[in-house]
Design a protein around this ligand. Structure first.
Ligand code: C2E
Ligand code: MG
Ligand code: MG
Length: 699
């Protein structure tokens, strides 16, 4: 064959021995490359190498002068012809594939490149002909295997263009095969992820080491996003030259979605969907950093609902949840998009306000929040209103870190509560000392019973008609070893919030009943014993049984016990309270409404409650008889009580004028400093004894 090249076609200059060597070297190269070589001029073979003959099964006699396209598969002939033309025009020298029928009739896959050359002074194409049938078969087989796996397999060239892949890649990306072939990975990746992918590929290229699986977000053809995990390694030729990358891609969208869901759950409150404590902390931290960097202010609003526990205890948890959701939505609506609203738990919400001009703006916002929260809402068919107390701390003056800003907003919120609720307060330094006092109360109150620090005082109630002591109210007192005397108005709200009121209230009830029986045993006339209740106690499941047990234990006649509930308690959720009150009544125990006039109940509503007495709040008595409004109200209450057959007791009677007025208006009983202050048990026994003696001597 080499001879033929020499003699017939290539004809090296005979003179130069070195050229002869080059020719035989070329022959060796051609033979060893495993590539058949041919030269075509005007579509006719003018040269075919030995290997070309072997690969095609035709001899050079058969081929030379014959049409070069003859044995190419009819469907591929045009493609090959076009390639030859492009080659002659020097437009493209890319390798291409076609099918070729060998002399023995077998169809083979050929990979070919053509190069334009001058041959015997005329233009020609030199073809290198490679039989890739085995590889094709392997690939097909391989593809068959690959199609059956969930993972996508891909091969890309060094520029990231897809050259080989299985159908799973189509499934994962949503692109049909034609559109993926030759496409760059950039086509399915956004800019941010393109960078990640490029870096990963680059690292593989530089180190030669495969990647660990890395996550990457893709844009599917339909515009949706998927997450994939890719493992990529370098593809090299046998000689180690990198030619591209190959790898496996797994669709991890579902896992990612679950991860994101979990992330959401971990950082959001499930009830309201607002960021939770964890997330609020992170957001605040972030906001502090940027406020610091840009020299800006930042405000933290600590929003706590007033009397939420009452709603929750009385209307039930479902209603409580609905209320919280509604409040969350209202808070969200009344703020700008950039402001953060989160829920810390319970009825506590946090609002972060970045980027505000001055304190005035915060005040306006706080007013707005109070107003939206206060709008009525319907729960279980009842119109309900809640209010909120807001504490505000501002970065940097009230704290420079997350913890102190939160804590100080919380402290300011407690002051808003102390100020009568439904208002807002900015944090100030002296609040701090006061709030530690609250903490001290809470901690010490936990041990008050076991340390015997609680005791009761008793305040007499005088019957106007008989001028006898008809009853007595038990009033709780607490003398703590560190704090000294703490008043009920200071510690009872804390006991209610912490739930400590339940055991404490039980202790009060038992002690008061025992005392009453003890007085009777001393020979004193029986009096009615009034005991104050908190809503929390009334809602406690064991309450009814406790009352029964205590009556039995102490032996007190039920009709000598009067339980006082405030008007606010009742009006909050009449529907749930009436059954409980009815059961209490059924025990023979009497019921009184305390602090009457301070709630919003209409007098007519009272008919629905199984009560025996009402106690007119002392705020109405205070300015009697001068204050005309209070005069009118008190008179109305007395008349209405009489018409409903209720005992009306005036509270906080301090002066002779008040007593006279009440007597004239035919009020039933009075209680107050004018007649007697709350007394120690022995002092009260003494008062009762003297009074009954003097009454006896009078009669
Ligand atoms: P309350 O049930 O309305 O009790 C009457 C309060 O008025 C008592 O205050 C009493 O000392 C005070 N008071 C009586 N007469 C006069 C007067 O003429 N002038 C003035 N200015 N005040 C008078 P105290 O003992 O400080 O109790 C405050 C509140 O604490 C009570 O109001 C009651 O709501 C609650 N409380 C007291 N003991 C208990 C208890 O054992 N359990 C519960 N849940 N609450 C209690
Ligand atoms: Mg009372
Ligand atoms: Mg009262």
């Amino acid at each position: 064959m080499a001879d033929k090249i020499k003699t017939n076609h290539l004809k090296p200059p005979a003179s130069a021995a070195i050229n002869h060597d080059l020719a035989s070297l070329a022959k060796d190269i051609i033979a060893s490359a495993g590539v058949g070589i041919y030269i075509v001029q005007d579509t006719r073979f003018v040269y075919v190498s030995e290997l070309y003959q072997k690969l095609t099964g035709y001899t050079d006699q058969e081929l030379l002068g014959d049409n070069s396209l003859k044995n190419i598969h009819a469907d591929d002939r045009e493609k090959v012809r076009q390639q030859a033309i492009k080659c002659l025009k020097k437009e493209s020298f890319e390798p291409y594939e076609y099918r070729f029928t060998r002399k023995d009739g077998e169809l083979r896959y050929i990979l070919e490149t053509v190069t334009p050359i001058m041959f015997k002074g005329k233009r020609a194409t030199l073809g290198s002909f490679m039989d890739i049938t085995e590889r094709k078969i392997m690939e097909e087989k391989y593809r068959g295997i690959l199609e059956n796996i969930q993972e996508a397999y891909f091969e890309v060239d060094l520029n990231g263009h897809c050259i080989f892949f299985n159908d799973s890649l189509c499934r994962i990306t949503g692109y049909p095969r034609e559109e993926l072939s030759g496409a760059s990975y950039k086509n399915i990746t956004d800019e941010e992820n393109s960078r990640i992918v490029f870096q990963a590929f680059h690292k593989v290229f530089k180190t030669g080491q495969p990647t660990e699986g890395f996550d990457w977000r893709i844009k599917r053809k339909d515009g949706t996003q998927s997450y994939i995990e890719a493992s990529v390694s370098l593809q090299k030729t046998a000689s180690g030259k990198p030619v591209g990358f190959k790898g496996i891609i797994r669709d991890i969208t579902e896992r990612k979605n679950i991860e994101q869901e979990l992330q959401h759950l971990a950082t959001h409150d499930t009830l309201t969907g607002l960021p939770n404590r964890l997330m609020v902390g992170q957001l605040l931290d972030h906001a502090i950093q940027s406020a610091h960097r840009y020299n800006r202010q930042l405000a933290v609003f600590f929003v706590d609902l007033d009397r939420f526990k009452t709603v929750n205890d009385s209307l039930g948890h479902d209603a409580g949840d609905r209320l919280l959701k509604e409040v969350a939505a209202r808070l969200r609506q009344s703020l700008r998009h950039v402001d953060v609203v989160g829920r810390l738990g319970g009825d506590e919400f946090i609002i972060l306000i970045e980027d505000f001009q001055d304190v005035k703006q915060l005040e306006i916002l706080a007013h707005k929040i109070l107003a939206t929260v206060m709008q009525p809402m319907f729960l279980l068919g009842e119109e309900c209103r809640v209010t909120a107390s807001i504490g505000i701390s501002v970065f940097p003056q009230h704290g420079r870190d997350e913890q102190s800003l939160m804590k100080n907003a919380d402290i300011a919120m407690y002051f808003a509560k102390e100020e009568g609720k439904n208002n807002f307060q900015f944090y100030s330094e002296n609040m701090h000392a006061m709030s530690s006092a609250r903490l001290a109360i809470e901690t010490n109150l936990r041990h008050a019973i076991e340390r015997n620090e609680l005791y009761l005082n008793y305040q007499a109630q005088l019957d106007f008609r008989t001028n006898e002591i008809a009853g007595v109210e038990a009033l709780l007192r607490w003398n703590n070893r560190y704090l000294g005397l703490v008043t009920p108005t200071q510690f009872i709200p804390i006991a209610e919030e912490t739930g400590l009121i339940v055991p404490i209230g039980r202790w009060v009830l038992r002690t008061a009943c025992m005392q009453n029986v003890a007085w009777q045993k001393q020979g004193l006339p029986p009096v009615s014993m009034a005991v104050n209740l908190s809503l929390r106690q009334l809602m406690d499941e064991t309450f009814l049984q406790d009352v029964r047990d205590i009556l039995e234990e102490t032996g007190l006649a039920p009709q000598l016990l009067e339980l006082e509930i405030t008007e606010n308690m009742v009006m909050h959720s009449p529907a749930r309270l009436i059954p409980v009150l009815t059961k209490i009544k059924a025990l023979g125990v009497r019921l009184a409404i305390d602090d009457f006039g301070t709630g919003y109940s209409s007098l007519a509503q009272l008919k629905n409650f199984p009560i025996d007495s009402i106690k007119v709040d002392r705020s109405f008595i205070r300015n009697l008889p001068q204050d005309r409004d209070n005069k009118a109200i008190t008179e109305a209450i007395i008349n209405m009580g009489r018409s409903l057959n209720l005992t009306v007791i005036a509270e906080g009677v301090e002066t002779k004028e008040q007593e006279r007025f009440l007597r004239r208006k035919v009020c039933d009983e009075m209680q107050g400093f004018y007649f007697s202050k709350p007394l120690e048990p022995e002092q009260f026994a003494e008062l009762l004894r003297q009074y009954s003696l003097s009454r006896k001597s009078e009669s």
